[in-house]
Each structure stands twice: as structure tokens, then as C-alpha cells.
Design a protein. Structure first.
Length: 83
């Protein structure tokens, strides 16, 4: 049986690609706080999988992929501070 939290996480990612925050909220609203935490965990897994796969296809090591992620986080923090 497929993990329902991965299905919700995948649906949330699809909503994000459509800039559909209301869709994401609708997916999470019926969930308990514990279930939302499980979805967040699955989103983290999907993010790491996607970045690692993309990075390996580009010739990066796992450590380099982590560095790309850290750079993206720092850039986001900088943009937040400038706003």
C-alpha cells in the first residue's frame, strides 16, 4: 500500500508548481498536527531525492548537492532580510 503522506506531499508539490497555496491549505486542513508533521517529513525526503538525482545527473556528488541546498537557503535568508 502506498504511503498516504507521500501522496499528500506529492499533491502539495503539484500545487506549489501552480502557485496554489489554497490547494495546499486544503490538503493539510483535515489532517492532525501529527499527520502534518509526517507530510512535512515526506516533503523533505522528496526534496532531497530530487536534488540528489538532479545533482548526480549534473555530475555532482551528494556533498556538492548539499552545498547547493545550503547556498539556496542562505540566498533565501538574504532576500528575506532585504525585504
Amino acid at each position: 500500500m502506498a504511503d498516504p503522506y507521500f501522496r499528500i506531499a506529492d499533491a502539495a508539490i503539484a500545487c506549489a508548481f501552480q502557485d496554489d497555496g489554497e490547494g495546499i491549505a486544503a490538503l493539510l486542513e483535515p489532517l492532525t498536527p501529527v499527520e502534518v508533521k509526517k507530510v512535512v517529513g515526506r516533503l523533505a525526503v522528496r526534496t532531497a531525492e530530487a536534488m540528489t538525482e538532479w545533482g548526480e545527473q549534473a555530475g555532482l556528488t551528494r556533498e556538492q548537492c548539499c552545498g547547493v541546498w545550503q547556498a539556496a537557503l542562505l540566498r533565501g535568508q538574504l532576500l528575506d532580510e532585504q525585504a
